[in-house]
Design a protein around this ligand. Structure first.
Ligand code: NAD
Length: 381
C-alpha cells in the first residue's frame, strides 16, 4: 500500500500534511510513503529529511497520484488529481464537504473514498484527530498577535516614569476553540478581555481565563446542537446579541470575531453601525471570513481601513505558522490512520464511531447525508 503526500496547491499555503518526523511511524504501519518533491519546503521540511526518514521522493505528480492508494492533504486537491486516482483510493484532508459540496462530485465519478477532517466527530475518542481544533488554536493565537502588531497602542498596563499606560481592551466574539485561545493570548499580553458566545457553557471557560463573559437573555431558546456546536439563530435572537456587542465595541481597542455555525454562513455580529461607534485606530480581526465573516465590512483575505478602523479578514492564519500547524495536523492524521490501516492494508470499518461520521464517500458512494442532499439527484447512487 502506498501513501502519498503532495505539494499543496492553494496559493500561499505553507503547511504540509505530514512532516518527516512522522514518516518512520507511518512505515511502521507496513506501508510505503511517497512525497512530491518540495512538498514540505515552506514548512522547512526538505526532500532529504523525507528521504532520510524512508520516503520515496518524486517530482512527477501525475505518476505519484496514479500509483497511490491514499492521498494525505491539508486542502482539497484539485479536480485533476481526483481524476488521476485509482478507483477505490482514499483521500484525507480538509475537503470542505459542507461549504463546497459540489466540488466533491468527482469522488462519485471516480469511485473514490474520502474522509473530511472537518467531519471528525467531537467525541472523546476522536480528540487526537480533531484537526479543526488544532488549526483553530493556532488561528486564535495568531489573530491576537496580528491585532497587537497593527494597534497603535500596547496591550499591557505599564507604570513608567513618564506615567501609567492603560491596558488594551479586547472583545472576543465566539468563545469556541479559536476564541478561547485568543482570550488566553490577549490575557498573557496583559489586555483586559471581554467575550461573548451564545452557548452558555462557554461562560465558565471564558471566566476561567480571567476574562468577563457578556451574557444576553435569549429567552431560553436552544443555542447548542447535540454535537456541541452553536445553532443558527433567528434574526431576533441575533439582534439582542448585536445590541450588546455594539455597546461594548465602543470601548474596545481590538475585536476578534470567531463565530461560526458549521455548514451555514457565519452570523453577522458586529454591524457596520457598531464599527462606526468604535474608537479611531481600533483593530478588528474577523476569523470567520472563510464563511462570510462576522462583520459585513470584512473583505475575505484582505485588510481594509474604514472610518480609521483596520479590519483584517485572514483566510488561513494557521498556514502562517506552518511548522507547528503541520506538526499538529500530522499528529491528527497519524491518530486517524491508526483506525484505517491494519498490517499494511486498508481496513475501513464504517460502523466505527469515528470512521463512519468522518467518511464523505466510500468507493464513490456519498455517505454524508448533507453532501448527498447537495449533490442530488445526479450524484447519489
Ligand atoms: P465553531 O468554530 O463552529 O464556532 C466558534 C464559536 O462561535 C462557538 O463557540 C460558537 O458557539 C460561537 N457562535 C456561533 N454562533 C454564534 C452567535 N450567533 N453568537 C455568538 N457566538 C456564536 O466552534 P468550535 O470552536 O470549533 O467549537 C465549538 C464547541 O465544540 C466548543 O464548545 C468546543 O469546546 C467544543 N469542542 C469539543 C471537542 C471535543 O469534545 N472533542 C473538540 C473541540 C471543540
Amino acid at each position: 500500500m502506498q501513501i502519498t503526500i503532495l505539494r499543496e496547491t492553494l496559493p500561499g499555503e505553507a503547511r504540509v500534511a505530514l512532516l518527516p518526523e512522522f514518516i518512520k511511524k507511518l512505515t511502521a504501519f507496513k506501508v510505503e510513503v511517497a512525497v512530491e518533491s518540495g512538498a514540505g519546503n515552506a514548512a522547512f521540511a526538505v526532500d532529504s529529511d523525507y528521504s532520510n526518514a524512508g520516503a520515496k521522493i518524486s517530482a512527477n505528480r501525475a505518476e505519484l497520484v496514479a500509483s497511490t492508494d491514499m492521498l494525505l492533504a491539508i486542502n482539497r486537491p484539485p479536480a485533476n488529481d481526483f481524476a488521476g486516482l485509482k478507483r477505490g483510493s482514499v483521500i484525507i484532508g480538509f475537503l470542505k464537504p459542507l461549504d463546497e459540496p459540489g466540488a466533491l462530485e468527482p469522488l462519485v465519478a471516480h469511485g473514490l473514498t474520502a474522509f473530511a477532517m472537518e467531519l471528525m466527530p467531537r467525541i472523546t475518542r476522536a480528540q487526537a484527530m480533531d484537526a479543526l481544533s488544532s488549526m483553530a488554536t493556532i488561528a486564535g493565537y495568531k489573530a491576537v498577535l496580528l491585532a497587537a502588531s497593527h494597534l497603535t497602542r500596547m496591550f499591557p498596563m505599564l507604570m513608567t516614569a513618564a506615567g501609567t499606560v492603560s491596558p488594551a481592551r479586547v472583545l472576543v466574539l465566539g468563545a469556541g476553540v479559536a476564541g478561547l485561545q485568543a482570550i488566553a493570548t490577549a490575557r498573557r499580553l496583559g489586555a483586559v478581555v471581554e467575550a461573548y458566545d451564545v452557548r452558555a457553557v462557554a461562560g465558565e471557560q471564558v471566566r476561567s481565563l480571567g476574562a468577563t463573559f457578556l451574557e444576553v437573555d435569549l429567552g431560553g431558546i436552544a443555542t447548542e446542537d447535540s454535537g456541541g456546536y452553536a445553532r443558527e439563530l433567528s434574526e431576533e435572537a441575533l439582534n439582542r446579541g448585536r445590541d450588546l456587542i455594539a455597546s461594548r465595541a465602543r470601548s474596545a481597542d481590538v475585536i476578534i470575531t470567531t463565530a461560526q455555525v458549521p455548514g451555514r454562513p457565519a452570523p453577522v455580529l458586529l454591524t457596520e453601525q457598531a464599527v462606526r461607534g468604535m474608537k479611531r485606530g481600533s483593530v478588528i480581526v474577523d476569523l470567520a471570513a472563510s464563511t462570510g465573516g462576522n462583520c459585513p465590512l470584512s473583505r475575505p483575505g484582505e485588510t481594509v481601513v474604514r472610518e480609521d478602523i483596520t479590519i483584517m479578514a485572514p483566510l488561513n492564519l494557521a498556514g502562517t505558522v506552518p511548522a507547528h500547524a503541520s506538526q499538529l495536523y500530522s499528529r491528527n492524521i497519524m491518530a486517524f490512520l491508526a483506525l484505517l490501516i491494519q498490517d499494511g492494508q486498508l481496513k475501513i470499518d464504517l460502523q466505527d464511531a469515528v470512521v463512519g461520521p468522518a467518511c464523505v464517500s466510500f468507493e464513490g458512494k456519498i455517505m454524508n447525508q448533507r453532501v448527498a442532499a447537495a449533490l442530488e439527484p445526479t450524484a447519489v447512487r
